[in-house]
Design a protein around this ligand. Structure first.
Ligand code: HEM
Length: 506
């Protein structure tokens, strides 16, 4: 005979066995129901697992493209995530005013703190917190200030030339140009930000594995961006933090040392006698505004280094790759640069900035290969929004993949998949502006990349130098590999270079 306790246990067990599946079914139904009017893959209505797996293939950009081809311009890719492919949606989602915050995608890039994660200008999801740390520094990134950095860029260019010539030109040695463009981009950013190079160019290698570590970090972080609660569960909580030490990126240690050195000088009353780099400006700002959060100087400095280095390297690699694959474009650009009667050895920015074909090649590279190639997710505000025929309720995460949006055929032409810089020159200034505003590579609206003017200076200076002074031969275009861990990086861009007869650089 059953005891009283056994009877209670049996009834409770039956109740639990009945209620739990019911609750799960209800929750799944609720999840599905909210965005049931948006087409998309079946499982995406219930779980984010498909989009995590897409990112894990390293080729999510191609899957996003296929998903749009199959389901249309507005697609549900997760229980609460909707993607668009039409540039017309850019001003709806990436507004110029506040009120359309970044989604929890960006929480993955915040290091853990008990009160919600360390916020930087890049990863801030709370717009009040963003305003406090972004408004004071935004003017430093203006187009005019970017031009003032030109002498520093020239110095690093010289270092690039010296080391590439010494190592590879004499015996026609093959090397990976993508790596060297990345070294240049990092060394420029180190110089602009805290007046130090990391010595990648001098040593001709990824010193201390600093760059590799950034990539490994992105490889781990990118899948989590698609399921942010998993990051909270696995890494961003006090327990996980107590039992495992999250290793800091080695490059940030170099940056932290530079900041500390400068702070020690300041405390000793020694005035920094170097050029007014970003760090000097950040320190002065923090000194004059004690209400700014502690650690803000390191925070701004880290953001510059992380946001503004790999991205620039990626654009330059794209541009050189397509120029070498398209001799007609290379010849046109070479002819334009030659007839511009440029200063030697380094063209002045004022001389190259307005060159139409150089500009067209740059924008075509920016369009074809966005340095960050997953959707820039935002949270739909109160009242919802409408994209095409689809209403998205408040709280939905929405974003476009720059890779897909930048290939929108109605906007960019039937040949949008291919390299054709001329598309940027086939109309008046209005046409070019429209294409630029339809390109999502730098983001858009209120959170558009603030460093883009600086990036463009670095890119145009380097490409002019390479095209004007070197004959470059690509070894095997098929060796170029691309992997998309949000950072959309290339590798295996093997070339042989020799100086052009008319070159005067040594
Ligand atoms: C030319 C190559 C570059 C590309 C393709 C690029 C791309 C981007 C993109 C896509 C965003 C917005 C991301 C989003 O909405 O989630 C962004 C933001 C940002 N970028 Fe860049 N970037 C480049 C160069 C730079 C440079 C050189 C710097 C620093 C000097 C920089 C600093 C920043 C910062 C601070 C933000 C955050 C702005 C905000 O959220 O308000 N970027 N960048």
């Amino acid at each position: 005979m059953r005891t009283f306790l056994e009877t209670i246990f049996a009834h409770s067990l039956l109740a639990v066995l009945g209620v739990v599946p019911l609750l799960i079914a209800l929750q799944l139904f609720r999840t599905y129901w909210r965005l049931r009017h948006i087409p998309g893959p079946f499982w995406a209505s219930f779980t984010n697992i498909p989009r995590v797996l897409w990112v894990k293939t390293k080729q999510a950009h191609l899957i996003h493209q296929r998903v749009h081809e199959q389901y249309g311009p507005v697609v549900r890719t997760g229980p609460n995530m909707v993607m668009f492919d039409d540039p017309d949606a850019i001003p709806i989602v990436h507004t110029m005013r506040r009120g359309f915050p970044k989604a929890p995608f960006y929480d993955i890039f915040k290091s853990y703190t008990p009160n919600g994660g360390a916020v930087t200008v890049f990863n801030a999801t709370d717009e009040d917190a963003l305003r406090k740390i972004k408004s004071p520094v935004a003017p430093f990134f203006s187009a005019t200030n970017a031009m003032a950095f030109e002498p520093i860029v020239d110095e690093v260019l010289e270092c690039f030339v010296k080391n590439v010539n010494r190592r590879y030109l004499q015996h026609g040695t093959i090397f990976d140009l993508a790596k060297w463009l990345q070294y240049y981009a990092f060394d420029v950013m180190g110089m602009l930000t805290f007046s130090k190079r990391y010595s990648f160019l001098d040593e001709g290698e990824d010193v201390g594995g600093m760059l590799g570590a950034i990539y490994t970090y992105m490889e781990n972080a990118a899948p989590l961006t698609q399921m942010p609660w998993a990051d909270k569960l696995l890494f961003k909580n006090w327990l996980a933090h107590a039992i495992r030490r999250v290793p800091s990126l080695p490059i940030l240690k170099v940056v932290a040392n530079a900041v500390q050195e400068r702070q020690e000088l300041m405390e000793k009353g020694v005035r920094f006698s170097g050029r007014p780099d970003f760090l000097a400006k950040f320190m002065q700002l923090a000194h004059e505004n004690p209400e700014l959060p502690p650690g803000i100087v390191s925070n701004w400095t880290f953001t510059n280094v992380i946001a503004g280095s790999d991205s620039v390297g990626i654009v330059m690699t794209t541009m050189m790759y397509h120029l070498l694959q398209n001799p007609n474009s290379m010849q046109k650009l070479h002819a334009e640069l030659r007839s511009a009667n440029l200063s030697r050895p380094h063209a002045r920015l004022g001389e190259i900035q307005g060159l139409p074909y150089l500009d067209a090649c740059m924008w075509e590279s920016v369009r074809l290969h966005p340095a960050f190639a997953l959707p820039f997710e935002r949270v739909v505000p109160e009242g919802g929004i409408t994209i095409g025929d689809h209403h998205l309720p408040a709280g939905t995460w929405v974003g476009g993949s720059p890779y897909v949006v930048n290939r929108h055929k109605k906007t960019f032409g039937a040949d949008a998949e291919f390299w054709r810089p001329e598309r940027w020159l086939e109309g008046d200034e209005k046409h070019k502006n429209r294409l630029q505003q339809s390109t999502l590579t730098f983001g858009a609206g209120f959170r558009i990349c603030i460093g883009r003017h600086i990036g463009i200076v670095e890119i145009k200076k380097m490409i002019s130098l390479l095209v004007l002074h070197y004959d470059i031969q690509i070894i095997d275009p098929k060796l170029l590999q691309v992997e998309n861990w949000w950072l959309f990086k290339q590798e295996g861009f093997y070339v042989r270079m020799e100086k052009r007869a008319e070159s005067i650089i040594s």
